[in-house]
Design a binder for this molecule. Sequence first.
Ligand code: PGA
Length: 248
Amino acid sequence: MRKTLVAGNWKLNGSKDSIKTLVTDLLAGMSEVTDTQVAVCPPYIYIPMVAEMLEGSAVAVGSQDNADQESGAFTGEVAAPMLKEMGCTYAIVGHSERRSIYGETDADTANKYAAARKAGLTPILCVGELLEERENGITEDVVARQLDAVIDLEGVEALADGVIAYEPVWAIGTGKTASPEQAQAVHAFIRGKISALNEDVAAKVQILYGGSMNAGNAAELLAMEDIDGGLIGGASLAADTFLPICKA
Ligand code: PGA
């Protein structure tokens, strides 16, 4: 049976003070969260502080990205082994904001996935279609292409070491959530595609939904057969909006 994972993606938000408050509030409410894995992904600079605050707790820390290189002349980058060393368990790769704003390709994402995995992090591979792609009926093609980049580079077995997050781009930060049926259909497609290559990996891999998930819609999304958790943006920035999702 797959566990439920709820991960908060804080994006470029917070300050030392606001993050201390958020983590303190999360820790205070975690006793009411049972049977759900919880993780938070702060901006890089706050990772050591957050990891220290969360040490020994049930909340894991992740990064929002990682370099595709381990070390060297790559100004501005942060490598997966460094993130591991500073307390990260997870690393988000291929978020749609990285793809659309920073021009990261499927190949870049696959290389980052490989680097995270090599460092012993659990990559959270984000996939998802643009509104235009959904309207053109090519959602499955887009998601398949994004998954294939990792499968072709690392082999399908590599997906057993990671988590997949299906995030329809039109639902991210828009308040417009995919319906449970819409999300389930894509999650089932993803699991089916993996299953055709390796049934064990397909049965094991957690597939999260992301895109305007909140306390009001989490329970019905999480009730779907192939939705194993959530990747939460806006609603992860305060304990009183994030914890109810973890409890759902
Ligand atoms: P959102 O973001 O919950 O604010 O829509 C989700 C994400 O980008 O991971």
